[in-house]
Design a protein around this ligand. Sequence first.
Ligand code: ZN
Length: 217
Amino acid sequence: MRIVMLGPPGAGKGTYASRLTKRLGIPHISTGDMVREEIKKQTDLGKKIKEYSDRGALVPDEIIIKLLAERIRKPDCSGGFILDGFPRTIRQAEALENIAKIDLVINLNVPDEIIITRLSNRLICRECGAIYNLLTLKPKKDRICDKCGGTLYQREDDKPEVIKERLNIYRRQTEPLIEYYTKKGLLRNISCNDLMTPPEVMVEKIIEIIEEKKESS
Ligand SMILES: [Zn+2]
């Protein structure tokens, strides 16, 4: 099954997608990770992408679509995939349709207060990139990574003022997309209204939706 995960930054898309991957045996494709990987590998495309990001410009849709088309042609995607971070606009959704038929769109609804509380408590290891949370996943020692002993810090993006702005942008951008997929009959909503809901519980709910969809198609 080809699944798109929609949801605001901090809704847990990445966490759920990586768990779903293990359960369903289909890959998690994060366009953000793909772009970073391409820059790291210093491919021609990667160099082009870096030019855009160095200028603070958005990477053009055509480049992302090209990367994505290559990615989903790989054999591990033959049984489907979970796409996270794309599409964000109707134009992108239309471009996606040209390279893959999407079966299901899961829309994570999480109230802003929960996201702000969750993200403003997030810490990241400077050395290995491990993610901690002062509410749900505390490091054993204050501001020190359990895995590598590196220092933990808060990303600029995770400060409350910045999060509020990111959420506003997200809502403005994706509202039309939600309508677009609803009209196509592909969208299923799932809500998380409690900050302390463990990821496993959310993953079970998502799996139920996927099973229902499988039975109905
Ligand atoms: Zn670390």
